[in-house]
Design a protein around this ligand. Sequence first.
Ligand SMILES: O=C(O)CCC(=O)C(=O)O
Ligand SMILES: [Fe+2]
Length: 283
Amino acid sequence: MGISGKPSPEQLHSFHSQGFLVIESFSSPEEIDDMRRRMDQLLDGFDCSTAASIFSTKNQQKLTDDYFYESAEKISFFFEEKAFGEDGNLKQAKQLSINKVGHALHEIDPVFKTFSCSEKLSSLMLSLGYKGPVIIQSMYIFKQPGIGGEVVPHQDNSFLYTEPPTCTGLWLALEDATILNGCLWAIPGSHKNGLVRRFIRGDEGVYFDQPSPSYDDKDFVPVEVKAGSLVVLHGDLIHQSFENQSPKSRHAYSLHVVDTDGCKWAQENWIRRKVDPEPLYES
Ligand SMILES: O=C(O)CCC(=O)C(=O)O
Ligand SMILES: [Fe+2]
């Protein structure tokens, strides 16, 4: 893997057969440090009390729904479910309570934008056959020590649907991800079986149009990677991660890309942009 971001024919072949690909050393230690330090600053500037009140159980669903919808074009903070005590207060510092920050870091924040719009990332999307790729969302995921919540088995195309489906996940490890601290797990080849359900934004909130199929734990393989590795995930790949019960965090920066050429963004998706995102390139 050179600086160009262009995968080898063997890597592309593996991606198409497995539904995911690990590109080692995609990011330099300096690039990772820049993003981690920037997130520290964003957290310092985050006023926890306002957001915490939105998520306290006494509040109405509508507030949390709106906070979520509006995050599509903002830098918003979401808490770990287990961050709060019985009294509704945070059990630990805000730095150890946030589940993720999203969903427009790539657009608004200069440091995250530099990585997200880098040549190597565009070059990767070009190799995957994208004609007018847009980053439709970004997430800084913390997987906090002890309380980092599980992410149940899913396909990214369920959440970011285009007709036909075109989503690819780009998951950059900002720390080593291991079985102990809650790495990704995937079912190799599962992207070949199609999309099983969609996540719909309705008048009363969001919902899935079908129940989840049940999956067999033994079909999943762990995707343990070093910091700096990029995991490329096919939009139909079944993947998940378990709760982080270890004392080590597992930070990651995750981007989701869809095409704008030859496909249509679905109106029922949770993201309804006021301003259309700019494609990384058009070809
Ligand atoms: O980081 C995780 O645990 C899950 C992330 C994920 O599902 C994604 O980025 O598509
Ligand atoms: Fe995902």
